[in-house]
Ligand binder design. Structure first.
Ligand SMILES: [Zn+2]
Length: 364
């Protein structure tokens, strides 16, 4: 009995002590809890890159120099598979699957915008309700104009000068369309002018170097909680069957990913930012290199690298890069973004295998 009484009094004291903490933050929570997630995400895609080319350190030397800061998926030589989640293996269907978290059935690059909201739509709509909502905190920069048909289900507003993205609840620069930076109109006008004076030879696009520069500029001016950067030169050179320029475009992306990571490492968001990089589809081998699609073997093979604050904290010079074996795919990325950005739309129909794997390994 004595023991029980002692235990009871210890427990009662412990409960009182715990309550003092639970009650205090509870009342403080109304004042200090932010309306949005404290995490930051930089999501990057390089279009139509084969996993073998990506995992060759000659082509992506800077990413490989940082390899212990990433977890890698899709290196089939190490039994890690990361694949496209639709049978088409073309860009727009691939991007729609990435942003929706499932395949809505897009068959080609002329497909209309998705019917369902993408995770960017959900994120922006949710944050619009925050008293301190700032449109600049969700931003997407894309070399290819058509990507707007994967990023959002919102229809563009029709104006006398044609459709524009002004009605979207997030910042979007897709292709070579004129761009408005509301807080820095001179910068927006400068980028719009320089992009149109130096167009690539393929249509509906701006050169990747401008996509990267605009993204970095935007990030430095308005550190976004979600920043998406989508480049396309790799795929375009692939279609031209110019392997050398395809590799050179990949190496340029390697430089710019490194630059973006270094900038953020110097910022106050260094310990809250997760980087994710993937491709929308692979491409064929040998004679099929310039193609990808439902009938081109290997074009469903993608890759993924993820760098979380936790992985970077655990990284050390003598620790080998982490490659996780198993079967993973595109549609499993959305639950990771929803988890990090605290988006409320995560449904039972979403495939959380990748999220569960990263959380199970204490990497997220
Ligand atoms: Zn293509």
């Amino acid at each position: 009995m004595l023991t029980r009484n002692v235990l009871f009094s210890v427990n009662a004291a412990a409960v009182a002590w715990l309550l003092s903490f639970i009650c205090a933050p509870d009342s403080m929570a109304e004042v200090t809890t932010p309306c949005r997630s404290l995490n930051h995400v930089v999501f990057m895609t390089v279009d139509g890159v084969r996993w073998k080319d990506f995992f060759d350190p000659k082509n992506t030397p800077k990413i490989h120099a940082l390899a212990n800061q990433f977890v890698m998926f899709g290196n089939r030589d190490e039994n890690s598979h990361f694949k496209v989640s639709n049978p088409i293996n073309k860009s727009l269907p691939g991007y729609q699957t990435l942003f929706l978290g499932f395949d809505e059935g897009a068959k080609n690059n002329q497909w209309p915008r998705p019917q369902a909201p993408t995770f960017i739509d959900e994120l922006a709509s949710q944050w619009q309700k925050c008293p301190d909502f700032d449109k600049d905190s969700v931003a997407a920069f894309s070399s290819w104009q058509v990507l707007e048909n994967a990023l959002t289900h919102f229809k563009p507003a029709n104006t006398s000068s044609g459709p524009n993205q002004g009605n979207l609840p997030f910042v979007l620069s897709a292709g070579a369309q004129p761009w408005t930076d509301l807080k820095h109109p001179d910068d927006g006008a400068y980028f719009s002018k320089i992009i149109r004076s130096d167009l690539p030879k393929w249509k509906l696009s701006k050169k990747d170097k401008y996509t990267w520069s605009m993204s970095l500029h935007h990030y430095l001016m308005h550190p976004s909680q979600f920043l998406y950067i989508s480049t396309g030169d790799t795929d375009e050179w692939g279609h031209q069957n110019d392997f050398k320029k395809y590799l050179s475009a990949l190496k340029d992306s390697d430089d710019r990913v490194d630059e973006m990571m270094q900038e953020i490492a110097k910022s106050p968001y260094a310990t809250s930012t997760t980087f994710v990089l993937t491709t929308d589809h692979g491409r064929g081998n040998k004679g099929d290199f310039k193609n990808h699609g439902p009938d081109i073997k290997h074009s469903d093979e993608a890759f993924l690298i993820v760098s979380t604050p936790e992985i970077r904290k655990q990284a050390s010079a003598n620790k080998p890069p982490l490659a996780i074996s198993g079967e993973f795919e595109h549609r499993q990325l959305r639950p990771i973004f929803e988890y990090l950005l605290e988006i409320q739309s995560l449904g039972a129909s979403h495939d959380s295998h990748l999220l569960d794997t990263l959380r199970g390994a204490h990497l997220l």
